[in-house]
Design a protein around this ligand. Structure first.
Ligand code: NDP
Length: 336
């Protein structure tokens, strides 16, 4: 059983040496447990937080512990009568070939209903993040302008497409011309802005002639600075992630902008609300029904970026924090 453990806590950008690949004997499942074979491992930005000891909403991974992560696995052996061998399940198996999991903590997937790996993306945690954060906090209305960055990723691409289904204008921010083209041609956004172009704030202003009513915050940093002056009265800002800051070692330089922020919150009556997808667990059924229905009807598209081989997980993860992925990042550990 190959597994990646956390070798050291990164300072700034993670390095390959922060992960150690080790091989250990395959563990035998105990009562109520199952032995799984990982088919797809999900790589997600939140894992950067788990590598750090800083206080957060979830406990960090300890040094020497297997890196955590969601995965789609096949059941190889089971000590639970309700979990058959051969079933394909959603598990939290981590970065390894053969996790052992409690049968009660995995969810059996139906390959006839949807490709199992979508349970890690559009029909899984990232999709649910987009759906719940946008609809519960963002509440887009017809004719309004919705802006989202990291817009070709699993969260952002769904935010923009749901905004359009609700009759809003969707403006996506992404890194590079190829991703910007995909926003328009593949995902049907109304406008796309490249955050790497030097005049990004002007381009964003031009793409939002009526201001911004909903800003779905995925990245923070320079994109947030460009969005802030464009916010309309009563704008809603679901704060979902701040990926531009995850590798930061110190606060960005510049003046203290907190007083100006608070003034705008008051005068523009802004709603800024952070959330973690698990806050909205009660919406899981609605999410699945709506989004799987929209996919079947051809109204929602999704994109996956599949890297081959567990050994390539660290490089792929390091790239995720820099925008090298193009779509939901998955590692194919073992072909289904
Ligand atoms: P993505 O697949 O979109 O990957 C992250 C993307 O962030 C990169 O591809 C890159 O895209 C973009 N990015 C990185 N650095 C910067 C930067 N400096 N400025 C602008 N964009 C940058 O990830 P997900 O869709 O999985 O996640 C999106 C966000 O949602 C993350 O912040 C994540 O932490 C958050 N999240 C929050 C959850 C919650 O419960 N609150 C749950 C799930 C995700 P590009 O090349 O376009 O710049």
């Amino acid at each position: 059983n190959r597994q990646f453990v956390l070798a050291s806590r990164p300072i700034g950008e993670p390095k390959p040496s922060d992960f150690e690949l080790r091989t250990v004997p395959v563990q035998a499942p105990g009562p109520g447990e199952a032995l799984l074979a990982t088919q797809y491992l999900s790589l997600d930005p939140y894992m950067r937080g788990r590598m750090s000891a800083a206080k957060s909403y979830a406990r960090p991974v300890e040094i020497g512990q297997v890196m955590v992560g969601g995965s789609v696995c096949e059941v190889l052996a089971s000590h639970d009568p309700n979990l058959p061998v051969g079933a394909v399940v959603l598990a939290y198996g981590g970065w390894q070939d053969y996790p052992v999991a409690k049968a009660s903590e995995v969810r059996v997937l139906d390959p006839a209903a949807a490709p199992p790996r979508t349970a890690l993306g559009v029909l899984g945690m990232p999709g649910m993040t987009a759906y719940t954060g946008l609809l519960t906090i963002g509440q887009p209305k017809a004719g309004e302008t919705v802006v989202v960055a990291a817009a070709t990723g699993p969260v952002g691409s769904l935010v923009g497409q749901i905004a359009r289904l609700k009759g809003a204008r969707a403006v996506g921010v992404a890194g590079g011309p190829e991703k910007c083209r995909a926003l328009i041609e593949e995902f049907g956004f109304d406008a796309a802005v490249d955050h790497r172009s030097p005049d990004m704030p002007e381009k964003l202003a031009a793409a939002c002639p009526d201001g911004i009513d909903v800003y779905f915050e995925n990245v923070g940093g320079e994109v947030w600075s460009a969005v802030f002056p464009l916010l309309n009265d009563f704008a809603r800002i679901p704060v979902c992630g701040l990926v531009s800051q995850y590798n930061a070692v110190e606060p960005p330089p510049g003046p203290d902008r907190l007083p100006g922020l608070m003034r705008a919150v008051l005068s523009k009556r802004l709603t800024i609300r952070g959330f973690i997808v698990s806050d909205f667990a009660s919406q899981a059924r609605d999410f699945y029904t709506d989004v799987s229905g929209w996919i079947r009807e051809g109204r929602i598209r999704y994109r996956e970026d599949v890297v081959q081989g567990l050994e390539n997980a660290p490089e792929a993860f390091i790239g995720l924090l820099k925008g090298r992925n193009f779509g939901k990042l998955l590692v194919e550990v073992r072909a289904p």
